[in-house]
Design a protein around this ligand. Sequence first.
Ligand SMILES: O=P(O)(O)OC[C@H]1O[C@H](OP(=O)(O)OP(=O)(O)O)[C@H](O)[C@@H]1O
Ligand SMILES: NC(=O)CC[C@H](N)C(=O)O
Ligand SMILES: [Mg+2]
Length: 501
Amino acid sequence: MCGIVGIVGKSNVNQALYDALTVLQHRGQDAAGIVTSDQGRLFLRKDNGLVRDVFHQRHMQRLIGQMGIGHVRYPTAGSSSSAEAQPFYVNSPYGITLAHNGNLTNVEQLSREIYESDLRHVNTTSDSEVLLNVFAHELAVRNKLQPTEEDVFAAVSQVHKRCRGGYAVVAMITGYGIVGFRDPNAIRPIVFGQRHTDEGVEYMIASESVALDVLGFTLIRDLAPGEAVYITEDGRLYTRQCAESSQYSPCIFEHVYLARPDSLMDGVSVYKARLRMGEKLADKIQRERPDHGIDVVIPIPDTSRTSALELANQLGVKFREGFVKNRYIGRTFIMPGQAARKKSVRQKLNAIDLEFRGKNVLLVDDSIVRGTTCKQIIQMAREAGAKKVFFCSAAPAVRYPNVYGIDMPSAHELIAHGRTTDEVAELIGADWLIYQDLDDLKDAVGGGKVKIEHFDCAVFDGEYVTGDVNEQYLDRIEQARNDAAKSTGQRVSAIIDLHNN
Ligand SMILES: O=P(O)(O)OC[C@H]1O[C@H](OP(=O)(O)OP(=O)(O)O)[C@H](O)[C@@H]1O
Ligand SMILES: NC(=O)CC[C@H](N)C(=O)O
Ligand SMILES: [Mg+2]
């Protein structure tokens, strides 16, 4: 779940891209990049680090041009080398740069095809560079000196035929325009919007609507599954359905954890979806533990706040902020490596003893994945003097790996994999534990004003919407990407790219 953005503006877009990336920072903390285009030339800056660390004044001054794209990265394929920061670049045809959120599931086959049939070289282990080369090849075979929207859409259609997995993409064709497209299952999110200026209309494509809001753009809509939007450098906008068949199956985990609550995703307010998660969870507590004896409901900041608040309201129990979050520590779940994640929980959260002393507390989190957070938090609650510590998760048990752009490649690293709820409760040290039911989660997200029938819920039910993920594939990515493999096997890929200092 990286963050992507593309802007076709009427004046330099560097600052707007930077600002949009800071708003999307919660989607990726490992690397950031921006590329702009001015009179047929490209200007790039990308590196490992947070947005504020990657771009200094000298970089910003060099990023000139009225259109550009940007990326914040949370690696889910390849390595975390700075060579795999995005956007990626190929010089032919036209000079194309691309930023990708998601993960391809047939990258090995594509890599072979790219070299053996398309005669293209890929220099990193990133699936996004492969995706860029597929798109570039399909545009090149149109053999046009000046590509039209028809050529761009035809190339996207071919990408849909060749690529499997989850992908929301922005790509810039130097001198021509920016295209955004979404995989035929709409697994990863992407929206577009516009802003009126004295010089004319400007367009933005972004992972989440919150980036549009903050920069004064109004949301036009989400891209449909398989759809593409193409905005020419001079500001003409075209959209086209590029997939032969498509099914709306957005990733439900976006609503649980990944997205910001102030985003509208596929027409659904993430905030409202989280409130409904809290409501449903309260109903389940009342059903299963009618004599719960809870004195106080305490959220684990940040993401669970919204659902915990509504849960407390619905239960009629006091809601208290028992943990204070250090605002200078980022999200722990998306940090690379278990050691960093574990250390950060303690640095990030501290208990206010008086909210715990002598009380039966219900701790609420949005999800339990590896169990890193809840284990430590429960211990902190006990050290602060809690009588009993109950635990609730606004999402069901995470039991299966994610292969579409969330870095959960290894089932064995998931605390609930192969365990019952009671076993997990014991392992994390809770007096009891309640998980949300999957049907309730689906209803919380897809049962509001805007109805969504189908979701990618693979991490909860093991059903992979692209239909190409089997045991063998899961075994392979587990071997390649478990925490131990990542810490020993980092291949350093050299950067062959645009000037980047
Ligand atoms: O079981 P785990 O493997 O610990 O993962 C789940 C936890 O990680 C996330 O928090 P994170 O600190 O990333 O971000 P937040 O501040 O947005 O809640 C999530 O909100 C849970 O608290
Ligand atoms: N989280 C993502 O969307 C990652 C994009 C891409 N697969 C990468 O690893 O860079
Ligand atoms: Mg959290």
